[in-house]
Design a protein around this ligand. Structure first.
Ligand SMILES: [Zn+2]
Length: 90
């Protein structure tokens, strides 16, 4: 995998903790075990563009008021999306 920053081919997938500001700007949450790309050549660790938009989409679609301060990436993606309730009647 190529590093986006230094173009080294030593970049590898890893997981880490990221702090994410909620779309309404009210607070930031801590997301652990988030997939990331880590590069030993330049020391950079970052999320791919796809992953960033995946997290942002999810935060727009779920009820962020009930989110705990800290959760795992998996738990975040497993949160029920509010918009779905408009399409399915229980
Ligand atoms: Zn690098």
């Amino acid at each position: 995998m190529d590093c986006q920053w230094c173009n080294s081919d030593q970049a590898a997938e890893t997981t880490g903790t990221v702090y994410w500001e909620l779309p309404d700007g009210s607070r930031a949450i801590e997301i652990t075990e988030t997939p990331a790309i880590s590069c030993p050549a330049c020391g950079m660790t970052c999320q791919s563009d796809e992953l960033v938009s995946e997290i942002e989409d999810q935060l727009f679609l779920i009820d962020t008021k009930t989110l705990p301060k800290t959760l795992t990436f998996q738990d975040l993606m497993a949160q029920p999306r509010l918009l779905k309730r408009n399409y399915f009647k229980f």
